[in-house]
Design a protein around this ligand. Structure first.
Ligand code: ADP
Ligand code: MG
Ligand code: MG
Length: 366
């Protein structure tokens, strides 16, 4: 049983101007019809400019600058609404590859249709939702603007920002925590409720269970370094992409370091709370090889990615989340590190052929 803790948001996506009509768009229409939702097609450099967003980034929405983005996407760009939330995408990904009733997801939502949609999507995916409901806020939203193969993500956490440790410590929920053997934390949760992260971290270390972090975004090491560093002794596995790795390096005595092998090695050797398990650091780099460092091993391991022909790529949004989901399935099933990475790359490759952070139906098996 795996328990995933994360910030919970729905996503609005728009863009994809250079996807060949014969593949990407046809695919999008199919997905759109299947789910009864509209799809966005168009060139959105203008939208990036309007909201002062970078083409390839993941940021939290600025209350002054970005609040109009979500309505703009829905009203004017015909954006498609998809279930999102980085850790939730990972939970759905892990469930895709595991026996039924393996995965529980914990996060916070508002009391609205978006929350219902997320519950529905989790149920379809075989993920049990145990949400804390914060009625005073809307369910979190992430605006996604895709230009070519770049994606700009702007997240308004709203209710997702209101998760309370009381929910986790509620006896019914804590029982689920105690029954779980694997914990996965989405890095966005450092912006929400670090005490909940620490409660799971300490539970894992005390009982020699496995604690995994997915970094989520470059701004986590940049702006949430203190709670992040407090949790690092508990990381049995930590996954991040190359930009997140560089961002971590900047705050930890490796300023300007771009060699992900060096960064991975440094993270692997950080102090460890549970000395019964060695830490494993996994750095993904899009289409470039995945670099893995294991505590106590001086050489890193390198794994080339599963090639996906350009014309089959629909949307790389959530590639890292899918990677983490595939990886977790391997860990839960007790597979070797090589197989865990291979499962991760396999699920990521499947995920990027779909629109949004989704997985193909009918189900494919590893
Ligand atoms: P993130 O989505 O967090 O930026 P990456 O871009 O590093 O993460 O992607 C995570 C993994 O997804 C990669 O290691 C790779 O396995 C897979 N992946 C991402 N983009 C591609 C691509 N264009 N072709 C094939 N695999 C990809
Ligand atoms: Mg990437
Ligand atoms: Mg990612």
């Amino acid at each position: 049983l795996e328990l995933t803790l994360g910030a919970t948001e729905s996503s609005w996506g728009t863009g994809a101007n250079d996807i060949p009509p014969s593949t990407g768009l046809a695919n999008s229409h199919k997905t759109s019809k299947d789910e009864g939702m509209s799809v966005a097609i168009g060139r959105d450099d203008a939208l990036l400019e309007k909201y002062g967003l970078k083409a390839n980034d993941a940021i939290l929405a600025d209350p002054e600058k970005h609040m109009g983005l979500y309505e703009d996407l829905i009203q004017n760009r015909d954006a498609k609404l998809i279930a999102g939330g980085a850790a939730q995408n990972t939970a759905r990904g892990a469930a895709y590859c595991l026996p039924p009733k393996s995965v529980i997801y914990i996060g916070a939502v508002g009391k609205d249709n978006y929350a219902d949609l997320l519950r529905e999507k989790n149920e379809e995916a075989g993920v049990r939702s145990e949400y804390y409901v914060e009625a005073s806020q809307p369910t979190g939203r992430c605006g996604v603007i895709i230009t070519g193969h770049n994606r700009s993500m702007c997240t308004h956490l709203a209710a997702a920002n209101e998760y309370k440790i009381d929910h986790l410590k509620n006896p019914e929920i804590w029982k689920l925590v105690e029954n779980a053997d694997f914990y996965y934390i989405g890095g966005y949760h450092f912006t929400v409720c670090p005490p909940a992260i620490m409660a799971l971290a300490e539970e894992a270390a005390a009982k020699n269970k496995i604690f995994v972090l997915g970094m989520g975004a470059p701004f986590i090491p940049q702006f949430f370094q203190e709670p992040l560093d407090k949790s690092s002794p508990y990381w049995d596995y930590v996954m991040m992409n190359e930009t997140e790795a560089e961002s971590w390096a900047n705050g930890h005595g490796l300023e300007g370091e771009k060699d992900v092998a060096k960064i991975a090695r440094k993270i692997a050797e950080l102090p460890k709370a549970n000395e019964k398990r060695k830490r494993t650091v996994i750095i993904t780099q899009g289409t470039d090889e995945t670099v893995v460092a294991v505590q106590g091993e001086s050489d890193v391991q390198r794994f080339p990615v599963h090639v996906v022909p350009k014309e089959e790529i629909n949307d790389t949004n959530g590639a890292g989340d899918a990677f983490a989901g595939g990886f977790m399935s391997g860990i839960v099933l007790g597979k070797s590190l090589e197989e865990c990475i291979d499962r991760a790359q396999w699920l990521a490759a499947l995920g990027i052929k779909e629109l949004g952070p989704s997985y193909p139906s009918p189900k494919q098996t590893y």
